[in-house]
Design a protein around this ligand. Sequence first.
Ligand code: PDD
Length: 299
Amino acid sequence: MSNGKKADSQTVYFRSADFPSGGFLFKNRVRIAPNDRGFMFADGLYEVVRSYGGRFFGFAEHLARLRHSLAEVGIDFPEIGELPGIAQELVRRNGLETTAAVAYIQLTRGLCERRYPFPTPPVVPTLYIEVNRLLSAAVEAEQGIAAITVPDIRWSRCDIKWLGLLPNVLARQRAVAQGANEAIFVRDGVVTEGTHTNVFGVKAGVVLTHPSDHHILAGITRAQVIQLCRALRLPVEERPILQAELAGLDELFLTSTTGEITPVVVLDSKPVGRGRPGPLTQQLQRAFRDLISSLSQGD
Ligand code: PDD
């Protein structure tokens, strides 16, 4: 994810207790205070929203998920409705209207002395938004990727899109060190999700994915893919995939805002199914592409 711009020419949006009016500024002008609770405690949330040719996809769903995250951690952010307009303006100011791009939106509880309890009265949440050009993942989408499984050592509130990503970082690093692209978490013998992706399996024509609960992030792409399955009359079941079932799956794929639908063709160094993207995965990829092109044509 990079728009090829340096920090002295990339326009971002920033608002904090030190800069309560908020505004657009060059990235190298942003000053995050050391006592920001995001810096001290990872006391904050984020969202990643994709735009295709200048149009954001599923912003309403991303905002609904952010509202859920905010409510669960008790951050009050009544200005949430301003986010799409700010992100759209960043697309414009950075000349990203004709390309694939992603908005990264981060909110923290704000700036105060380093104490665990929430500040009273509440302080202005710190808001940071940048939009970057998205590099093409066409090769991964077409050829598939390798993944590994790792123990899911994360907390039990993975439904909150929380800034604290160290377990995800460590797991992804382990994957990369082993020449793979993604790590898939396994908790108590059950496949939960990837470090930044949801996981789907296909067995005997049935599409399977973990139910949306506290152990996974309710992916916007995941929900879209479930809807596509229904529209295509592909049987889909939201039920846990057991680790013991992995070796016998016909197909395995990942979903995410940045990667859309990505086939996994090698898992823990062994081929998945026939070791190439499977037919249902490819059918869903085509349906997803059609949906996106209808969106960019304004349907
Ligand atoms: N990742 N699971 C986790 C742990 C994630 O961080 C993400 C999103 C997903 C997929 O959700 P969605 O389809 O809404 O992107 C699942 C974002 C893109 C990221 O951190 O880059």
